[in-house]
Design a protein around this ligand. Structure first.
Ligand code: ZN
Length: 295
């Protein structure tokens, strides 16, 4: 892999996720905090208009607009679709990007703690996960490598390497110090790792570590008319990354009934009851626990 030189740290991709936005303001005043040997680090405020309106987005979710064919589709012209094309021109273009590495900063209302989402499982990403975990034992590493970078719709997929820093629990449009501190620390560790990787000085990593791989998303229960008829079960609420097995209750219906998990694998729910996912009636994501080699 070629050396990483151009790095973009992106905040405010969702306008009501405040940690990244306020960290960007801090770093823009004190760029030395992001400065690293051999790296040129830029900061990008992705959706200022949504932030001004204190919303996740104006027309549609910006962090779902970066599939290569959508970026090339001139008929997609609403606010976020247009904004995606501007950001792609600035940091990309996807497939031949000026940026070598993107760190996209997000908050979740779910009780996920400091989570690092990796989009690929090559040596760089596997070792990055190991390094962050060594520096932040409370961190969780999630691989969302179920599709190729080309097919990923996340902003971080513009560059050949990109990661999502996803920290919770934090309500929308709120700043919590514990969450902000985790985000700042994780970002610093990621940048430190990039320098070590460039200089081929990554050492003392464990041979392997425990992480999670995204499998599927579950919807909140609906009736035939599409009306919501239940909620996340209280046993599952806030229990991100606590496993569930077939027969465990996961939803409580408003009429008092329960719906149990039917899957045939031990699932690790996360993004449980994420506020932003109500738009799509999503209840949670499910992952499998995996062992990842650092070699
Ligand atoms: Zn977000």
């Amino acid at each position: 892999m070629a050396k990483i030189e151009q790095v973009a740290v992106v905040g405010g991709t969702h306008g009501n996720e405040f940690s990244g936005i306020y960290l960007l303001k801090k770093w823009q005043k004190r760029p030395e905090l992001l400065a690293r040997n051999g790296l040129s680090v830029d900061t990008v405020f992705a959706n200022t208009k949504a932030h001004e309106e204190n919303k996740r987005y104006i027309d549609c979710d910006l962090n779902r607009q970066f599939i290569a064919r959508d970026l090339a589709d001139e008929t997609l012209t609403n606010y976020e679709q247009s904004r995606a094309k501007v950001i792609n021109a600035q940091l990309g273009p996807k497939g031949d990007a000026k940026s070598d590495f993107i760190i996209d900063l997000h908050n979740t209302t779910s009780n996920m703690g400091p989570t690092l989402i990796l989009l690929q499982s090559d040596l760089f990403n596997r070792q990055l996960g190991a390094y962050v975990l060594a520096k932040m034992p409370e961190a969780v590493i999630v691989f969302e490598d179920q599709v190729s970078l080309d097919e990923h719709y996340f902003l971080a997929s513009i560059a050949n390497q990109g990661v999502i820093v996803e920290i919770g629990p934090q309500p929308q449009s709120v700043i919590r110090q514990d969450v902000l501190d985790h985000m700042e620390n994780m970002t610093q560790h990621i940048l430190d790792f990039v320098v070590l990787f460039n200089e081929q000085k990554v050492e003392d990593l464990p041979e392997s570590y425990t992480a999670y791989r995204y499998i599927e998303s579950l919807k909140l229960p609906e009736d035939e008319a599409g009306e919501r008829i239940g909620m996340v079960h209280k046993n599952v609420q806030d229990q991100d990354f606590t496993p569930i097995v077939k027969g465990d209750p996961i939803f409580t219906l408003f009429d008092g009934g329960e719906i149990c998990y039917e899957g045939d694998y031990e699932a690790y729910p996360h993004f449980i009851n994420e506020a932003a996912y109500y738009d799509n009636n999503l209840a949670m994501s499910l992952a499998k626990k995996i062992t990842v080699s650092s070699q």
